[in-house]
Design a protein around this ligand. Structure first.
Ligand SMILES: [Zn+2]
Length: 95
C-alpha cells in the first residue's frame, strides 16, 4: 500500500499567501471558469467556450471572500500539469 503524502505547506491557490506566514487557508468549493492556456512559448490562447466548473481550492480568507463575488479564472499550461488561478481576466492587468 502506498503511503499518502501529507502536505504541511499549504498556500492560497490564487494569491499564494502561505499558511507558513500566518494566513489561514481553507478548502473551499468555488466556481472556476477555464479561460485558456499558455503554449510552450508562453503565449496565451484565449478559449471562448471554456467550461465553468466547481473546484476545491485552498483559499485564504481574502480570496475566499472575493470568490463569493467573482468567478475564479483558470489558465492551464501546455506540457505541464500547472494550472494558474486568478480573479483577473485576460488583459486585465496581466503581468
Ligand atoms: Zn488568497
Amino acid at each position: 500500500m502506498r503511503a499518502e503524502i501529507i502536505t504541511t505547506h499549504v498556500e492560497c491557490d490564487i494569491c499564494r499567501k502561505s499558511e507558513d506566514n500566518g494566513f489561514a487557508i481553507a478548502k473551499m468549493s468555488v466556481a472556476v471558469l477555464e479561460i485558456g492556456h499558455f503554449d510552450e512559448y508562453g503565449n496565451f490562447h484565449r478559449s471562448y467556450n471554456g467550461n465553468i466548473g466547481i473546484k476545491r481550492l485552498d483559499l485564504c480568507s481574502t480570496c475566499a471572500t472575493t470568490a463569493l463575488d467573482r468567478v475564479v479564472k483558470s489558465k492551464s499550461q501546455m506540457f505541464t500539469p500547472d494550472v494558474y488561478y486568478s480573479f483577473k481576466d485576460v488583459g486585465e492587468g496581466e503581468k
